[in-house]
Design a protein around this ligand. Structure first.
Ligand code: AMP
Length: 216
């Protein structure tokens, strides 16, 4: 099995796929969005700076994200496989990651591009719900992903919440940011022959089956 890097527009399903792979194969799921949201919750100066960037749909500075990410990678069990969900997000981060992988002797990985168009990603964004207690993700517009009871986590019974950046206005800015800064890394990895493209509009089980073929 290989380590996985997900590259995708917002709401393509990186988090959902990562959780499925974590549960099925024991991957460590490293989401830079989750790490930043944790840092934001601290409410200190750095947390407030992160909050204003996330809530305006912009990228957080490379140095801040790298510090959080490298701490996770360096502290993890070396025998465990990992998924990077949300990193890299621009060419500079992709180059930094190349160096980090050299330092950490990581060589076996695949980059999976989850492909979805603007309208479908927007629809998913507006339906997305998360459990603030156990972090499980749901979508009220998806038959497979909606909670059994409206607005309540199936696993722990906590009331589900929407992310503060999951509004229509912020989504548009995040999508533009993706097109300008993140999409170029698709060619970066294609040129290195590391890229696999998966249609993210299929149902979750079919996406996971395709990912399994790619990582095996
Ligand atoms: P996500 O949970 O992946 O959708 O990320 C939510 C937000 O966190 C993004 O819109 C960015 O503001 C920020 N973020 C996450 N990952 C990165 C990254 N690698 N570089 C910069 N900002 C990031």
């Amino acid at each position: 099995m290989k380590n996985v890097i997900f590259v995708a527009p917002p709401a393509a399903g990186k988090g959902t796929c990562s959780e499925a792979l974590k549960n099925k194969f024991g991957y460590k799921h490293i989401s830079t969005g989750d790490l930043l949201r944790e840092a934001k919750m601290k409410g200190d100066d750095l947390g407030q700076k992160i909050a204003s960037l996330i809530d305006s749909g912009k990228l957080v500075g490379d140095d801040i994200v790298l510090e959080l990410l490298s701490r996770e990678l360096k502290n993890m069990d070396k025998d465990k496989l990992f998924i990077l969900d949300g990193y890299p997000r621009n060419i500079a981060q992709a180059k930094t990651l190349d160096q980090l992988f050299v330092d950490l002797q990581v060589s076996d990985f695949v980059v999976i591009y989850l492909e979805i168009d603007f309208e479908k990603a927007l629809n998913r964004t507006l339906g997305r719900l998360t459990c603030p207690n156990c972090n499980k993700g749901y979508n009220k517009y998806s038959t497979l992903l909606k909670p059994k009871k409206d607005g309540i986590c199936d696993d722990c019974g906590t009331s589900l919440v929407s992310r503060s950046d999951d509004t229509k206005e912020t989504f548009k800015i995040r999508y533009d940011t993706y097109m300008e800064q993140t999409k170029p890394i698709i060619d970066y990895y294609k040129d290195k022959d590391l890229l696999k493209v998966i249609d993210a509009t299929q149902n979750v089980d079919d996406i996971i089956n395709e990912i399994e073929r790619v990582i095996s």
